[in-house]
Write a protein that binds this ligand. Structure first.
Ligand code: C2O
Ligand code: CU
Ligand code: CU
Length: 493
């Protein structure tokens, strides 16, 4: 039987056994951060962070991750080979950063799949650690899901089969190896996987060059330009790892030149732990059109949007009201200093816009009549020094829930801690029933796979378990919480 990755020995090394060790003051904890800690600047201490070599915002254009074409295609499938490999890329001016990338790029290449048309991705691992590739939001067989213990050894490969029997939506793929997901993703192992279908295509939403994925991730850097992943301390255990440098599609706070027309942005919070509350510096609102699992029933106008790690939101921004030369900053209202700005839109082109935002987008069948309700209590276990669900750290030998195939269930996440936990369930899209008994806001009233459960909040979601029996995980998508065992398993029977 597999043993869980945080051993007693590791806990001793980290000084985590016994509650008292957890009370190490933040100053002492950050003193262990080694290289760069003397560079700490005022205002960042609260995050317990080093200060990365400063990159000036809005100096580089927004990169768009390359879209992969299938290497081969037959009557049954489209085939994509991807290699996980280490490469050097320039992220900070004049410095090189070692990344781990799918095909050596960060973020990884985008796959555009068609609903109903299966894709086979051959993932070859040229990295020095075992990896597991998870299609986040994918409705796939358990052996294709990238279970944390289903590792591709260095030098080996695995064929992942994705049936794409689901509606148009913005998914993403990322590493999921047990206990090292946070560092693997931090090194760059994440990319977009977009599913398209005819219903969405018929809506005349902005498409082609006007349909732009934005992966928002934060990082810390060493003075030599390498990624800095801080050692495990009380602060990183609680907050997760928070960077002081915001990247969009792998570039530091880029600018994006736009025409005076509508654009669709597929926003992914691909950060390990940081939440962003997005807003436009001009005061203009976003028109939200989708959540993780596809289009909302109707567009929702929102002045700010909170996105937790793992979540996706899709918005339309209409740049037609702006004069040529206008600059609109995508702000993070939760950020301070270097994390307050995400990127900038520069309105530089005049173009005709034939796209539209229909007043109704796509029906969402409301789930009801659940056959079971399951309660999950989210808390921190001081004795074990771990994040736990119903008092239990992750154990691949334990099953926490056994929904029947075809059943609809209500899962209630009851957060007893003072930290937010973005809870993610594999293999299903769910709907939010309520937050502390209150119906979700319209921007959350669609198909979701990750939901922010705020401090002391109780969130109930409803999901139907269809098509596949077998074992999947559910977990907190704060990746440091996940690696510190805030994960459980369900088995569809
Ligand atoms: Cu995005 Cu289980 O993960
Ligand atoms: Cu997932
Ligand atoms: Cu958490």
């Amino acid at each position: 039987m597999l043993s869980i990755s945080i051993s007693r020995r590791e806990m001793l090394r980290l000084g985590l056994l016994g509650g008292a060790a957890l009370l190490v003051p933040l100053e002492r904890a950050s003193a262990g951060m080694g290289v760069g800690h003397h560079r700490m600047r005022g205002g960042m201490m609260g995050d317990g962070q080093i200060s990365s070599p400063g990159a000036v915002p809005f100096q580089v254009p927004l990169p768009i991750p390359p879209v992969l074409s299938p290497e081969d295609t037959d009557s049954a499938n489209d085939y994509y080979p991807i290699t996980m490999q280490e490469t050097q890329v320039q992220i900070l001016p004049g410095l090189m950063t070692t990344i781990w990338g799918y095909n050596g790029v960060f973020p990884g290449p985008t796959i555009r799949a068609k609903s109903g048309r299966p894709v086979v991705v051959r993932q070859t691992n040229y990295l020095p650690v075992g990896t597991s590739v998870h299609l986040h939001g994918g409705h796939v067989a358990p052996e294709m899901d990238g279970h944390p213990t289903d590792l591709i050894k260095p030098g080996a490969y695995k064929d992942y089969v994705y049936p794409n029997n689901q509606i148009a939506s913005t998914l993403w793929y990322h590493d999921h190896a047990l206990g090292i997901t946070a560092t693997n993703v931090y090194m760059g192992l994440a990319g977009f996987y977009l599913i398209e279908d005819d219903v969405e295509a018929s809506l005349n939403l902005p498409n082609g060059n006007y349909d732009v994925p934005l992966a928002i991730q934060d990082r810390l850097f060493n003075p030599d330009g390498s990624f800095y992943y801080p050692p495990f301390t009380y602060a990183t255990l609680m907050n997760g790892v928070l960077g002081d440098t915001v990247l969009v599609n792998g570039a530091v706070q880029p600018y994006f030149q736009v025409a005076n027309r509508k654009y669709r942005f597929r926003i992914l919070n691909g950060s390990n732990a940081r939440e962003y509350e997005l807003a436009l510096s001009s005061g203009q609102s976003f028109v939200q059109i989708a959540t993780e699992g596809g289009l909302l029933p109707e567009p929702v106008t929102r002045s700010t949007i909170l996105v937790a790690p793992g979540e996706r939101v899709e918005v339309i921004i209409d740049f037609s009201p702006y004069a040529m030369g206008s600059q609109v900053i995508l702000k993070n209202l939760l950020g301070v200093g270097s994390t307050a700005d995400v990127m900038r839109f520069d309105v530089v082109g005049e173009e005709e816009d034939t796209s539209s935002i229909p007043s109704s987008l796509r029906d969402v069948d409301i789930l009801s009549l659940a056959s079971a309700t399951r309660d999950f209590r989210l808390s921190f276990d001081r004795m074990q020094g771990l994040w736990v669900i119903n008092g239990n750290p992750f154990d691949p030998a334990r099953i926490d829930a056994t929904p029947r195939l075809g059943a609809t269930e209500i899962w209630s996440f009851n957060n007893r801690s003072t930290m937010a936990h973005p809870m993610h369930i594999h293999n299903v899209m769910f709907q939010i029933l309520d937050r502390n008994g209150v119906k979700p806001s319209p921007g959350e009233a669609g198909w979701k796979d990750t939901v922010r459960v705020g401090p002391r909040e109780r969130v109930r979601v409803i999901a139907k378990f269809t098509d596949y029996t077998g074992i999947y995980v559910f977990h907190c998508h704060n990746l440091e919480h996940e690696d510190r065992m805030m994960m459980g398993q369900f088995q569809v029977v």
